[in-house]
Design a protein around this ligand. Structure first.
Ligand code: HEM
Length: 196
């Protein structure tokens, strides 16, 4: 009996939250209405990468399950989103932590797999958003989404799919889905916060 891939299970388990996030960030037509809407997107992307880049980098170098994943493809995008926010006039952005800082020594596989899925997949959305930006968004404030739309990012999504299609224990699948839902939940909360 074939097992559904972890990617498919993660997708099904986070579909509803993803669609809430899409609608809250970009509206039902996938468009970014104005610069204020763009600032909200960059704040949420900044929060995601601050939370996830360093632990994912740690997990990718430590876990045998990440074996197919070239470490150089793991995003390190906090500084780019910080620079974008500054270019947009935000003066309340925390400085980017160095890659790997403030991360516990071990990141378990459930968390690593979930972060890989959320981060690699989020670049698909970033690409859609980058194409939909209004002209009022300055070119020098697009570094994060531009990096997320790069060929390395496409390559990461491909590699992630290889990692996420390995046979994985049921308990680990459940743990990864719970962690991915938790991360999406944090992002939805954060979106509501920056919208208010
Ligand atoms: C921080 C915000 C976001 C995160 C974490 C995120 C995460 C993800 C993930 C994990 C996937 C992969 C789904 C799969 O398994 O195929 C994905 C795909 C996608 N995302 Fe997002 N996303 C975000 C924002 C957005 C936004 C705002 C849009 C809309 C403009 C969007 C549009 C898409 C699209 C079109 C896909 C491809 C869906 C498909 O192939 O069916 N995302 N995103």
């Amino acid at each position: 009996m074939g097992q559904e891939s972890l990617r498919a299970t993660l997708r099904a388990g986070t579909r509803e939250q993803h669609s809430r996030l899409d609608t809250a960030l970009a509206g039902p037509d996938g468009q970014v209405a104005d610069t204020a809407a763009y600032v909200r997107i960059v704040r949420v992307m900044h929060a995601l990468h601050s939370y996830a880049d360093a632990p994912l980098a740690r997990w990718a170098t430590a876990s045998p399950l990440a074996g197919h994943l070239p470490a150089a493809l793991v995003p390190d995008r906090v500084a780019a989103y910080t620079a974008d926010l500054r270019a947009l006039g935000a003066d309340d952005v925390p400085a980017a932590p160095p890659h790997g800082a403030q991360v516990p020594d071990s990141v378990d596989d459930a968390r690593g797999l979930a972060l890989l899925y959320v981060l690699a997949g989020s670049a698909v959305g970033a690409r859609v958003l980058l194409r939909a930006l209004p002209d009022t968004v300055p070119l020098e404030a697009r570094a994060g989404l531009t990096d997320a739309a790069s060929p390395a990012s496409t390559q990461l999504w491909r590699s992630a799919q290889a990692v996420l299609s390995q046979p994985i224990d049921r308990d680990l699948v459940d743990g990864a889905v719970a962690e991915a839902s938790r991360v999406f939940g944090l992002l939805v909360d954060r979106t509501e916060l920056v919208a208010s």
